[in-house]
Ligand binder design. Structure first.
Ligand code: PMP
Length: 392
């Protein structure tokens, strides 16, 4: 069955001409509108922010702050609660390093988390407990309810798994966390490009995401945090742009978000991210979600028709399908697919604990974006048939 509400934006992506790019979960390709915004920002409008008294700098400051407002609005937050970071990794590290423990030394994550939602907590001196998964690869929230104690300061869950595409019932996760006085941090890296997110409806306390997975540039990401929590968190990096007054004996600091943005920020990154947000909102996240859901259903059906392929994760995953060709290492699968002009990721996907749970060393992963279409799935399946011929 062909679903006619498919998006048709492939021609807006100059870098994927004649290429079946199925690695958008690693990083998204950029539409021309984003490339143009970045180029023009450097070619015509470039100047620093927050400091210059000349007009170009004030204009760039307005655009930098407009990007912050757009990023906050995208997930239903307020601009003063939105901190620009290098990416989701830095966003989670910021929370792990600065959130007062209040006598609670444990963090509850899940077995499907990306390393960036495990290691920062360990480095910050938290004990990490991991909620198991249901048989189809969702975070088992019944188990989370049982495991959560008053020793847990925070619950950290991926909104969408980067390996299985599983979508979290984020509102229920928030209710569970709050029932024991814990906070909820959501790693929204894979959700923000694929799901319409509203942190108010969820009741989240922190939400982290990366610009480069949202069709924007690398090197910029966002941490949204409840403003009363951000107020309680001390700075973690010192330097320019985050201070109120500096003396050799002692310095004082600005309020959030500036308190957490030491140094000259990624100015053009913010401009590019804003263009990406505009691009996504113009299509609508509901349309992108529906488009990717249809492709996932189509891909899972097509892979099921190929003998000797194991598919992981739930049926209704968000834009991401992990699989293995039985008896073939996924690196070999990905290499042969590459020869056929199909780019998939192979490896542990920065989720080694999840690989242990699945009982594999690695998987191959096909992930979709707004520009993906049926031709990508057809090429994937032809490539897998070739893998099977090579390894027969
Ligand atoms: N969490 C998830 C679920 C991810 O997929 C990724 C990126 N693969 C990250 C966190 C880390 O994002 P970044 O590398 O952009 O900081």
């Amino acid at each position: 069955i062909r679903i006619n509400s498919r998006l048709d934006v492939r021609s807006q992506f100059p870098a994927i001409e004649n290429w079946h790019y199925l690695d958008s979960a690693a990083t998204a390709q950029k539409p021309q509108a984003v490339i143009d915004a970045i180029t023009n920002a450097y070619a015509c409008d470039y100047a620093t922010v927050h400091r210059g008294v000349y007009q170009r700098s004030s204009e760039m400051t307005v655009r930098y702050e407009a990007a912050r407002a757009a990023a906050a609005t995208l997930i239903g937050g307020a601009p003063n609660e939105l901190i620009f970071t290098r990416g989701a990794t830095e966003a989670i590290n910021l929370v792990a390093r600065t959130l007062p423990k209040n006598g609670r030394n444990r963090v509850l994550v899940s077995q499907l988390e990306h390393h960036s939602n495990i290691v920062p907590w360990q480095l910050a001196g938290f004990e990490v407990d991991a909620v198991p998964l249901t048989s189809d690869g969702q975070i088992d929230l019944d188990a989370a309810e049982v495991m959560l104690t008053e020793e847990h300061r925070i619950v950290g869950f991926a909104h969408v798994s980067n390996v299985l595409g599983s979508i979290l019932d984020a509102k229920r996760a928030a209710d569970i966390a709050h029932s024991k006085g814990a906070l909820l941090l959501i790693d929204g890296c894979q959700a923000v490009p694929r799901v319409n997110v509203n942190i108010g409806n969820i009741g989240a306390d922190f939400y982290a995401f990366s610009g480069h997975k949202l069709y924007g540039p690398t090197g910029i990401g966002c941490l949204w945090g409840r403003s009363d929590l951000l107020q309680q968190m001390p700075p973690w990096q010192g330097g320019g742009a985050m201070i109120d007054e500096v003396r050799f004996e002692r310095s004082t600091f600005l309020n959030p978000p500036a308190r957490f943005e030491a140094g000259t920020p990624h100015i053009v990154g913010a401009v590019g991210l804003h263009a990406a947000i505009d691009w996504v909102q113009n299509l609508s996240l509901d349309a992108i979600h529906a488009h990717e859901a249809a492709l996932v259903a189509e891909a899972r059906d097509a892979l099921r028709r190929v003998d000797g392929v194991t598919i992981y994760g739930p049926e209704d995953s968000a834009g991401i399908v992990s699989f293995n060709v039985n008896g073939v290492h996924p690196h070999d699968t990905a290499t042969i697919l590459d020869d056929a002009g199909v780019a998939v990721r192979a490896g542990h996907h920065c989720a080694q604990p999840l690989m242990r749970v699945l009982g594999v060393q690695a998987t191959a992963r096909a992930s979709f974006a707004a520009h993906s279409d049926t031709s990508d799935i057809e090429a994937l399946v032809r490539g897998i048939e070739q893998v099977k011929r090579v390894f027969a």
